[in-house]
Design a protein around this ligand. Structure first.
Ligand code: HEC
Ligand code: HEC
Length: 319
């Protein structure tokens, strides 16, 4: 905010200066001076304006109310949520494992300010949130006050069913309280400019359906697609899983369907469980979070993902 004010004020000073030097007697000074300070003023106004757009994008309250999801806290629901919560450990944990005690995200190298994934145990402040507000943060990327969240991978998590979101909420609330102070996420001027231009998108999802179901759980193609959609595979392996974008900010995963279709189901499951693929290649756990996925998925769920990838490979070879 202060950055934006300073930029716009300095922009104003330069435009005044441009007007002043135009009255100067010396021609060179007059023209060079007024063009230079005029240009500077325009650039500063533009930057300030873009940062202001970024600030509005982050702070403007979202009109959408939180849903009335309600976790029932049954042992089965908490157990299901605990599996899914492994997907959050890459960001929301200081240890890389459960519980989700939060941490500053130093792997984000852009100098956009402080970016931290909050403490989601009872030591944080989720006990003041309703279940629906937590669900909205997960699936729609919107904070409790209607502010836009950043970095939260809601573009994938939006695919979670109501049931699975409730399971996550039940698990989050069941965690032991970990007292771990995590600073608030706060974008600096450059971060706001990046949000203002759209280079750095917020996590807000515009059209999440009010209530979302999942296909029946089981080792089926449909269920496999459901799992892949929210598990962020497409972040690194590409939207159609045919290979990641080398220009992007995340590790580049290889095309999955043709690779995996050449493996047996057991080989696929063993690869995710051990991090060693059928060729004996050790997967880099920093790039491909196989241990996280191993903790997330049951054998039946890995089988479902395998079936889905095989169908994609078969469709690909028909075209
Ligand atoms: C890629 C990193 C990343 C992953 C993975 C991730 N989050 Fe987040 N999450 C964040 C960041 C960063 C914020 C804070 C954003 C902000 O304040 O603008 C956040 C905010 C939240 C909030 C709001 C909490 C608060 O106090 O403001 C909730 C709830 C949440 N995440 C739940 C989850 C759950 C549940 C998962 C797993 C299913 C998950 N997140 C996965 C990065 C991540
Ligand atoms: C953070 C990025 C990232 C995410 C998310 C991710 N992967 Fe990967 N994946 C990679 C990278 C990078 C490699 C190559 C790793 C290597 O060669 O060490 C890889 C390799 C693999 C391999 C082994 C390929 C081979 O040649 O042996 C499989 C199978 C795989 N990923 C499946 C998945 C599935 C299924 C998901 C989602 C449930 C997923 N990945 C999510 C980055 C990712």
């Amino acid at each position: 905010m202060i950055g934006i004010l300073i930029t716009i004020t300095v922009g104003l000073l330069f435009s005044l200066l441009a007007l002043r030097v135009r009255r100067s007697e010396r021609a060179l000074f007059k023209w060079a001076g007024s063009i230079l300070s005029g240009l500077l003023a325009v650039v500063l106004f533009l930057l300030g304006g873009i940062a202001l757009v970024g600030l509005i994008r982050i702070e403007a309250p979202a009109a959408r109310p939180a849903s009335n999801l309600q976790a029932n806290h049954s042992p089965e629901q908490i157990a299901r949520g605990e599996r899914l919560a492994h997907l959050c450990t890459t960001c929301h944990s200081s240890t890389g494992d459960l519980p989700l005690d939060g941490t500053v995200l130093n792997f984000i190298e852009a100098p956009f300010g402080t970016i931290a994934a909050p403490n989601l145990t009872a030591g944080g402040n989720l006990d003041q949130w309703t279940d629906g507000e937590i669900g909205r943060a997960i699936r729609e990327g919107i904070g409790r006050d209607g502010n836009a969240l950043v970095i939260m991978p809601s573009q994938y998590l939006r695919h979670l069913s109501d049931q699975d979101v409730e399971a996550l909420v039940a698990y989050l609330r069941s965690q032991p309280a970990v007292e771990h102070e995590v600073p608030e996420t706060r974008l600096n001027f450059l971060g706001l400019v990046a949000v203002g231009t759209g280079l750095f998108p917020t996590a807000v999802q515009s059209d999440v359906p009010e209530s979302t179901g999942a296909p029946p759980a089981g080792p089926t193609v449909d269920y496999g697609e459901y799992l892949v959609n929210f598990s962020m595979c497409r972040d690194c392996h590409g939207v159609n899983l045919m290979g990641g974008d080398p220009e992007g900010f995340v590790p580049v995963g290889p095309p999955l369907p043709p690779l995996v279709a050449a493996w047996s189901a057991e080989e696929f499951i063993t690869t995710i469980r051990t991090g060693v693929d059928p060729d004996g290649q050790l997967l880099d756990g920093e790039q491909m979070p196989w241990a996280t996925y191993s903790a997330t998925f049951t054998d039946d769920e890995l089988l479902a993902i395998y079936e889905y990838l095989r169908v994609l490979a078969a469709e690909g070879s028909v075209e």
